[in-house]
Design a protein around this ligand. Structure first.
Ligand SMILES: CC(C)(COP(=O)(O)OP(=O)(O)OC[C@H]1O[C@@H](n2cnc3c(N)ncnc32)[C@H](O)[C@@H]1OP(=O)(O)O)[C@@H](O)C(=O)NCCC(=O)NCCS
Length: 260
């Protein structure tokens, strides 16, 4: 059953999206295959090498070198943004009609395939998202266009439960989360669909679902120089309330949170 209209809560597999628990079970089952479970057990260093090879294979040596330099030494500032889920944000216009549903493992693999026809930067973005999934973050959502069924957008939700569950070096990556807070991570609009309001509109759909699940506040971290992302979050009703400073040195990173 196809769903038309960006405010739709029914996905194109005929399930109601507001039954999030059932969906989460389905996506976890779809993602945690034996192969994934093996990947999750890999030593973080081995895992980084594996993703480095994948980056060379999909993006080429230039893309690999660009990101390797950032792992050797870089300093980045992230803005921490918040949205009060109890306040209504009004209608967010969107130029694409899409059903939105929890992603299965095949959706992530397909996204990676699509990255080959996107810019070199997109290859890194999507490989990083595959890594995120394989590290145990299964609460991923994908939007597909209503007419052609092309993937047009993906994003993850992270809660305090996820942060404690996942031990492989991600804890310092997130701002501190309370039980009633949910973090938006790894938003990505496929290049063909950018600038049409897909990201703020999809975040709005998921924030209403999160509100119904009892979450009161939605957070996200965006690099201070990612103006497109900051603009999209602003349209989705987010405001800046803090900063995280990250220093990467020789493949490890340290983050310091400033603000609440
Ligand atoms: C950031 C991102 C998710 C925004 O998604 P989106 O669906 O294009 O969001 P919007 O349509 O609301 O566009 C946001 C801003 O992007 C800019 N934009 C406009 N057209 C664009 C285009 N063709 N291509 C890229 N960006 C465009 C505009 O500044 C726009 O704001 P405006 O419409 O008010 O002028 C998307 O650019 C993306 O996936 N980037 C790469 C991954 C990334 O940076 N993720 C963020 C991690 S925090």
């Amino acid at each position: 059953m196809a769903c038309r209209g960006q405010k739709c809560f029914v996905n194109n597999r005929g399930h109601r999206l507001d039954n999030l628990d059932r969906f989460r079970d389905e996506s976890v089952r779809g993602l945690a295959t034996k192969r994934q479970a093996r990947v999750m057990k890999l030593n973080p260093a081995v895992s980084k090498v594996r993703y480095g090879i994948l980056l060379i294979k999909n993006g080429g040596l230039r893309v690999f070198w660009h990101h390797l330099k950032r792992q050797i030494y870089s300093r980045i500032t992230f803005w921490v943004l918040e949205r009060n889920l109890q306040a209504d944000n009004g209608h967010i216009p969107c130029g694409v009609q899409y059903p939105l549903h929890p992603a299965l493992w095949e959706d992530i693999e397909e996204a990676l395939q699509v990255s080959k026809s996107e810019s070199p930067e997109a290859v890194y973005d999507l490989i990083q998202r595959k890594w995120f999934c394989e590290s145990g973050f299964y609460d991923c959502y994908i939007a597909r266009t209503a007419d052609t069924n092309d993937p047009c957008y993906i994003q993850w939700l992270v809660t305090s439960a996820n942060v404690h569950m996942v031990s492989r070096g991600f804890r310092c990556r997130f701002p501190r989360l309370r039980e009633d807070e949910v973090l938006v991570e790894n938003v990505y609009t496929f290049e063909k669909y950018r600038g049409k309001g897909v990201m703020p509109s999809a975040i709005d759909v998921l924030s209403r679902l999160a509100r119904r699940k009892g979450f009161k506040r939605m957070l996200t971290c965006v690099r201070e120089d990612n103006t497109y992302s900051l603009r999209g979050f602003e349209k989705a009703g987010f405001k800046k309330f803090g900063e995280i400073r990250e220093t990467r040195f020789l493949f490890s990173s340290r983050r310091k949170q400033l603000g609440n």
